[in-house]
Unconditional design. Sequence first.
Length: 367
Amino acid sequence: MKILVTGGAGFIGSAVIRHIIENTSDLVINLDKLTYAGNLESLKSIDNNRRYAFEQADICNREELDRIFKKYQPDAVMHLAAESHVDRSITGPAEFIQTNIVGTYNLLEAAREYWNTLDLDAKQAFRFHHISTDEVYGDLPHPDEQGENTTGKELPLFTEQTAYAPSSPYSASKASSDHLVRAWLRTYGFPTIITNCSNNYGPYHFPEKLIPLVILNALEGKKLPIYGKGDQIRDWLYVEDHARALYKVVTEGKVGETYNIGGHNEKQNIEVVKTICSILNELVPKKSSYAEQITFVNDRPGHDRRYAIDASKMSDELNWRPVETFETGLRKTVQWYLNNQTWCKNVQDGSYKRERLGELSTQVEGE
């Protein structure tokens, strides 16, 4: 297969490309705008591979998309290009609307026009795989909210039938793009598949996100900021497990289906941070515990309290399960950041100093 991967220089996209090049005989075309979160150093290990090609382009540029489809004639598209940081979407939603909604529309139309030129067999084999997030579902009941009569009962999980209820500009823009993808399937018969994943972590993660930010701040003796009480619950998925799942879906998934991909690892944010501190105490010991650097800050506006994925459809229909537990995956992640300080320095180009993003100066106290 020839697979066009959008956003392939980003965190998840680069993991997908490395997986495909290292474990299959497929060809990959990496289409990436190279924004602050895209870094070709994440693909250094496969950069010279004859089955890999890179095109710097913006999915909002229709002419460039048409050129790339005509030049490479892919058999499938894996669409990962997106603005993805909730905090950035709070203070600057316009880029999220443009990239995640308008960009997805442009890509769908360019791909559909190309698809219409294919012969019948190629048309039937073609796939447009849209990679989305569990955040489109809003949030789930939190254990603290359940009351005495529900003690011991299992809490609900996101399934593929869960209604959409996005909370942030980011998740609203991703929900919008999901709706476009489904509409192109229903209206035009365009062969689409959607996946919604839980929180990813692992190597090559841009340090605006919780786990890499905490690791790097801890090593530099800086504060480890925790929103609210740190009791927000997320389902954590190791990025290389996710990459394997995405390849399973694009090669074996059924057109028109949605697949939820989760790590089966529900953890409170405070627990995640304390576990990182514990691993660092062991690997890079110092006189005091890294946990002493933890500080609590005002919560993010509209912060979802709990996400959790039911990934049984992935295991039942596509025989996929995560390999890493949270403990093994997090230890690998911490060790990777310890071993790759040069990458960490290079990816921070001076415009981002790991400061807090997404705080509203106009927010009413107590709101």
